[in-house]
Ligand binder design. Structure first.
Ligand code: G3H
Ligand code: 13P
Ligand code: ZN
Length: 321
């Protein structure tokens, strides 16, 4: 089955009020875990590739691995460039056949962000590719305070509803990544801090009122940093901080009902993979066959993806809508 256009996945997800998981792919084991879980759960999926993933694995390896996955399954699969930071990188991904690209110029002033997005949109739309832009600043990776993170979200970084309307109209982007307190990585929130779901509702409403319809919103930094997995990592020799947390699954459920039809998850996959590897090494320090530690790590990621698509994103069972 060929790749599925991201546009088609969004339309179905918005109608069904579920979200598509956009899972980051960096190597074969992660890809297999994601696709196998989604296939067994009959879930559509977005495989997303960052600039770092391309540097790590080489774009050609990633392309061929994804081709293999696509040929071995019949679930809808879209391929997305995660956090493209230049027109040139987006163009490369579009030329390679990605079904969507993110141009992340959110670090630029509003007008410059619009201008950069507009340029990518013009090229992408000629090639049947969907474009995601971002307005507002995520805390965390973009304002990284590492383990000390959390509690440092400044309202000035959040997406403003009226600016979102202006941004979408001027840039022509097909979907919008919003900043509502979400953040990348394993150290997001401290204490009772959560997503600003009222703001999300206001953004959605403003887009609707402006005639942009049921406009697709994207939630980055949506890992929940499961406490049990962090504890497992630490039990087997890791030293991850335990006084911060990720996005509560209950918030993601509300976000998807409010129109976040693409939910980005990377950190949770990394945590699951690390826990799987650490367990093998801790229990059998003599092990040196990569298959014996990458295999269990892959199984752990698969279990996590299954949980996400079934219980959090609720896209399980929607592959053939
Ligand atoms: O949001 C960023 C993703 O988690 C990708 O991370 O740039 O380290 O591949 P990366
Ligand atoms: P997490 O770090 O929360 O997994 O977010 C991933 C992401 O937003 C990729 O773009
Ligand atoms: Zn992101």
């Amino acid at each position: 089955m060929p790749l599925t256009t991201t546009r088609e996945l969004f339309a179905k997800a918005l109608k069904g009020k579920y979200a598509i998981g956009a899972f980051n792919v960096n190597n074969m084991e992660l890809l297999q875990a994601i696709v196998e879980a989604c296939e067994e759960e009959k879930a559509p999926v977005i495989l997303q590739i960052s600039k770092g993933a391309r540097q790590y694995a080489n774009p050609v390896y990633l392309k061929k691995l994804i081709e293999a996955a696509v040929s071995l399954t019949n679930i809808p699969i879209a391929v997305h460039l995660d956090h493209g930071d230049s027109f040139e990188l987006c163009k490369d991904a579009i030329d390679e056949g990605f079904t969507s690209v993110m141009i992340d110029a959110s670090y630029e002033p509003f007008d410059k962000n619009v201008e950069i997005c507009r340029r990518v949109v013009e090229y992408a739309h000629k090639h049947n590719c969907v474009v995601e832009g971002e307005l507002g600043h995520l805390v965390g990776a973009q304002f990284d305070e590492g383990e000390a993170g959390g509690g440092h979200s400044k309202s000035g970084h959040y997406t403003d509803p009226e600016e979102a309307v202006k941004f979408v109209k001027l840039s022509g982007v097909d979907s919008l990544a919003v900043a509502i307190g979400n953040s990348h990585g394993a150290y997001k929130f401290k204490g009772a801090q959560r997503l600003d779901l009222e703001r999300l509702k206001a953004i959605k409403q403003a887009l609707m009122d402006a005639g942009l319809g049921d406009y697709p919103l994207v939630l980055h930094g949506a890992s929940s940093v499961p406490r049990d997995i962090v504890e497992e990592i630490n039990k087997f020799g890791g030293k991850l901080g335990t006084d911060t947390s990720g996005v509560p699954e209950a918030d993601i459920e509300i976000a998807r009902r409010l129109g976040c039809c693409k939910v980005n998850i990377d950190t949770d996959l990394r945590l699951a993979f690390t826990a799987g590897i650490r367990k093998v090494f801790a229990e059998n320090p003599k092990e040196f066959d990569p298959r014996k530690y990458l295999g269990p790590a892959r199984a752990k990621v698969k279990e996590l993806v299954r949980h996400k698509v079934r219980n959090v994103l609720c896209c399980a069972g929607h592959a053939f809508d």
